[in-house]
Design a protein around this ligand. Structure first.
Ligand SMILES: Nc1ncnc2c1ncn2[C@@H]1O[C@H](COP(=O)(O)OP(=O)(O)OP(=O)(O)O)[C@@H](O)[C@H]1O
Ligand SMILES: [Mg+2]
Length: 222
C-alpha cells in the first residue's frame, strides 16, 4: 500500500499508538499497519467494492450500473440495521421489468462480502502479530468507507474502535475534498509539498493513480 492515504488521514497519536489503515478501493483493499510512528506492514487484498457490486448484479439479476446505484443509495454493511419489510426496486436486465426486493436482502449480500474482506484483512494483521499492538484502532479510507454501516461491521470483526478517515492537513482545502475517497490524492499533495524540487521522480507514476474528478481540484495545490 502506498503511504499516501496515511499521510492525509492519520493523526500523530494514531501512528504512535499503533493503528491499522484500511483503504477500501474498487479493485483492491489495501492495509497498512502503523506502530511507533512508522509503517510496519502492508498488504493488498484482491477484493474490493467492485466485488460487492458484482455480487449484487449476479444475485439480483440486475445490470452492474443498477447494482452500483443500489449499493450506494440503499446498501448497508450491517443487515440488522434495516427494518424488516422495507422494499427497494431492482431494475431488470435487458429491458425486463423492475422487481421489488427487501432492502434487508440487499444488505445481507453486501454484509457477506464485506465480512469476507474484513476477515481477510484481520487474518493478515493477526498473522503478522500486530493486532495486539494497534491501540489506536482502525481507520477506513477509500470509497468503500462511505458504505452505510461499515464502521460498525469493522468494529465487530476487529473488536476495536474504528473511524472513517477524511483527508486533513491542507490549508484551504475545499469542503468537498474532505471525503475518504480523496485520501490518496490529498496524501500526494502533502507529500509533494514536503519534497524538494530535486526529488520528484515518482510523481508521474503517482499521478497515474489519481482518478479524473480529483485532477480538477489538483490545480489549486500545484
Ligand atoms: N457511497 C458509497 N457507498 C458504498 N460504496 C461506495 C460509495 N461510494 C463509492 N463506493 C465504492 O468505492 C469503490 C471505489 O473506491 P475508491 O474511489 O477509493 O477506489 P479506487 O481508488 O478508484 O480503486 P482502487 O483503490 O481499487 O484502485 C467502488 O467500489 C465504489 O462502489
Ligand atoms: Mg484507491
Amino acid at each position: 500500500m502506498s503511504l499516501l492515504p496515511a499521510q492525509a488521514v492519520l493523526t500523530p497519536d494514531e501512528k504512535g499508538l499503533g493503528c491499522l489503515l484500511i483503504d477500501l478501493g474498487g479493485g483492491t483493499t489495501d492495509l497498512a499497519l502503523f506502530y511507533d510512528g512508522a509503517i510496519r506492514h502492508t498488504a493488498v487484498i484482491g477484493l474490493g467494492g467492485s466485488n460487492v457490486t458484482h455480487d449484487l448484479a449476479i444475485g439480483l439479476h440486475t445490470p452492474l450500473e443498477a447494482a452500483e446505484e443500489l449499493k450506494i443509495s440503499y446498501g448497508c454493511a450491517v443487515a440488522d440495521r434495516i427494518e424488516a419489510g422495507k422494499m427497494v426496486e431492482v431494475p431488470g436486465v435487458g429491458g425486463r421489468d423492475a422487481k421489488p426486493i427487501e432492502q434487508h436482502v440487499l444488505a445481507s449480500m453486501i454484509e457477506a462480502r464485506m465480512e469476507e474482506i474484513f476477515t481477510m484483512v484481520y487474518r493478515e494483521s493477526k498473522k503478522n502479530l500486530f493486532t495486539d499492538l494497534i491501540a489506536g484502532g482502525v481507520v477506513l479510507t477509500g470509497g468503500g468507507a462511505l458504505l452505510e454501516g461499515v464502521v460498525e461491521l469493522t468494529e465487530r470483526i476487529f473488536e476495536m474502535p474504528a473511524r472513517i478517515g477524511v483527508p486533513r492537513g491542507l490549508v484551504g482545502l475545499r469542503d468537498d475534498v474532505e471525503d475518504p475517497r480523496y485520501a490518496t490524492a490529498v496524501g500526494l499533495v502533502l507529500q509533494s509539498r514536503e519534497q524538494k524540487d530535486s526529488d520528484r521522480v515518482e510523481e508521474p507514476h503517482l499521478f497515474g493513480k489519481i482518478s479524473a474528478p480529483m485532477k480538477r481540484w489538483f490545480g489549486e495545490f500545484f
